[in-house]
Ligand binder design. Structure first.
Ligand SMILES: CC(=O)[C@@H](O)[C@H](O)COP(=O)(O)O
Ligand SMILES: NCC(=O)COP(=O)(O)O
Length: 248
């Protein structure tokens, strides 16, 4: 049986940086947001250093590594440039995500089945450096089997399609997506992978994902940063935690 005792919340602070970059200055500061999130009960901080640096920048990663008391989950593309940055900072966790320069946000999961050999070689030095390695992945059996073979410790299931269907009121698709997330969480757990989930989660969509016993961590960003405008970051994180715990 999976250990359901604790569901961790990783707060993604990327979109504090989006807001900062809109004016090109230093505020709002994503590191300040990360420290506040820590105080509000975040178990970890997630930051995605995109290749185009559209939100988080190299200096933010450096500052987060210095400032944080909770683990940093460093999201990055599987490129040599990013690997060198990760090996320099040695964050607690590295999450490998697909990236397209022209996309608005991360579309789908990494194609692990296609790039299995490359990823296995890519992951090995990160694990040797002491990082836990995670792969951001669609709820797809073949992709999860390939992820297990690469030596990754964790998969993070992409919840975007489920959340989009909910937002569009397409309940049939939403329920189908939820069912495959449920099945694939159990399947991945059975292969010995730790299971995380995230992308697009909101107060309305978090419950059924938090209720999955195999899921150990949720990473939530865009909605929490947006909601902070109305209820403060501490309020938004506090309420998200309440919903997660209630669903558990
Ligand atoms: C991988 C992931 O889901 C998050 O990093 C999310 O993508 C936030 O960043 P973007 O909005 O730039 O995609
Ligand atoms: N990996 C998912 C993540 O970090 C947060 O995604 P979102 O809540 O900003 O969509």
């Amino acid at each position: 049986m999976p250990d359901t005792s604790k569901l961790r919340l990783g707060v993604n602070i990327d979109h504090v940086a989006t807001l900062r970059n809109a004016r090109g200055g230093a505020v709002p500061d994503p590191v300040r947001a990360a420290k506040l999130a820590e105080q509000a009960g975040a178990d970890g901080i997630t930051a995605h250093l995109r290749e185009d640096r559209r939100h988080i920048r190299d200096a933010d990663i450096e500052a987060l590594m210095d400032a944080l008391s909770v683990p940093l989950n460093f999201e990055m593309a599987a490129t040599e440039e990013m690997q060198a940055i990760a090996l320099r900072h040695k964050p607690h966790a590295v999450c490998l995500v697909p990236e397209k320069r022209e996309e608005r946000t991360t579309e789908g999961g990494l194609n692990v089945a296609r790039d299995e050999n490359h990823l296995a070689h890519f992951i090995a030095p990160l694990r040797d450096a002491g990082c836990r390695v995670s792969i951001f992945i669609a709820a797809d059996r073949a992709q999860i089997e390939a992820a297990a073979r690469t030596g990754a410790d964790i998969i993070e299931l992409h919840t975007g399609a489920y959340c989009d269907a909910h937002a569009e009121g397409d309940l049939e698709t939403r329920d189908r997506e939820l069912e495959s997330l449920r099945e694939m969480a159990a399947f991945a757990h059975g292969l010995g992978l730790e299971v995380h989930a995230g992308h697009g989660l909101t107060f309305d969509t978090v419950g059924p994902i938090a209720a999955m016993p195999e899921v150990r961590e949720l990473n939530i960003g865009h909605f929490l940063i947006g909601e902070a405008v109305f209820m403060g970051l501490e309020g938004a994180i506090g309420h998200m935690r309440e919903l997660m715990e209630a669903a558990r």
